[in-house]
Design a protein around this ligand. Sequence first.
Ligand code: F6P
Length: 514
Amino acid sequence: MTRPRCDRTAAWAQLQGISAQYAQGFELRAAFAQDAQRFAAFSQQAPHVFADLSKNLIDAASEQALLALARETRVEAYRDAMFAGERINNTENRAVKHWLLRAPRNAADPDSLAVHETLDAMLAFAERVRADTAITDIVNIGIGGSDLGPQMAVAALDAFSVPGKRCHFVSNIDGHELAAVLRGVRPESTLFLIASKTFTTLETMTNARSARQWFEQQGGRDIARHFAALTTNVEAARAFGITTTFGFWDWVGGRYSLWSAIGLPIAIAIGAEGFRELLAGAHAMDEHFRTAPLAANLPVRLGLLDVWYRNFLGFTSRSIAPYHSALRRLPAYLQQLEMESNGKSVDAQGQPLPFGSSPVLWGEPGTNGQHAYFQMLHQGTDRVPVEFFAVRDPAQALPGHHELLLANALAQAQALMQGKADPGGRRNFAGNRPSTFFLLDALRPASLGALLAMYEHRVFTSGAVWGIDSFDQWGVELGKVLASEIAKRFDSGDVAGLDASTAGLLQRLRPGRA
Ligand code: F6P
């Protein structure tokens, strides 16, 4: 599908004009004072997620121009191509169908039937593990999308977790991580899940081999009972010796895979019903994204806001502030989702981009962040849009805590916007600093599913406007190749051909060196 490049559209030029006016002083406080309807106009209820965008540096003119940009770059046609199963991941020549993993069964679609067959089998397995009191520890070995999604979701849905099962996540090739987990488990009561889309990733395969070796050394015999593989490469898993396998498909990107067999740790933690609720929440957001008009389409509005901030107001990062400790892994998960998807400097045709793409995402749960880096957010020289996530109903009953948590979230967003005048003084808060506020009634499988799907489609939207392939990740390949070359040099000590810095560091790091 050919689509006009965003910077060659009339809307782009119009947005440049509007942003020049903003540079002369767009004031959030004044915008609220002038427009009693601002909150209503720039907030919206989408499935399970309420979003308040009104404290952002936008107005009707910029939003209209951004919507025109989406139309000119044919975001809707591109979205429809994704939902039609076209191969929009053109550099890998693959369809992009993670949305199908959460869609109801469609008897007319062989892919849907395969999805549900695997889902049913995986959920039945999850229920057997939950009922098996001899299994107390689940160790998920995977990295990137085969770790961050399940790890984040298991923590987020802790309130729904089955008692008596501990979930551990081992991702790093750093043996300290696996060793620490193995110290606390026993072979007869542990289930290892080897999660890898490709079943070739160095970290995961190294950890999987070490886990199997540990299991056998400890007298473990029944690999079939104590190891399962979650992968598109079922043959490689079998060759590894694992007979319990749950597959998925090349049209599921790693960072979009928690809805697939990669979600097995989530299903074990929250059960089949909970997992189906997670999928249903995501599906509700898929339907919203697929059908809502652009102006009332939350992922579209968010993706366009990201384009506006990155390309017209010059913001290079965004801070993620979940005011719920169960969402503590959300920033790391979103980092992969957005930065691996849109951290590209060429378009889908391989042409260099003359404009910025993915911002840096970073953050910590509130209120911890307030006592670390919020100083910079309030008074630093850079303006960083902040995203607050709050949940109305707590999953704990300690008196007073939740109100104070929510009050802090609201107060931070308010302070960023309002500021406080102390002209020239150290206590001056300039204010006018943008934020978005996401609100869930409760943190439960459906609302988490909707929130994550909202984010996926937001990333889709900004990537679509920028004209990049959001579904490949060539940028991680070079480091992998170089690491395997350098690993060989650890044995030989050969530094020939290396740059002086790498050679010097390698010599110092080789085992046994003083
Ligand atoms: O190196 C990046 C990456 O390919 C991610 O995209 C992916 O989620 C991760 O590695 C893990 O890959 P796999 O699931 O194939 O082990």
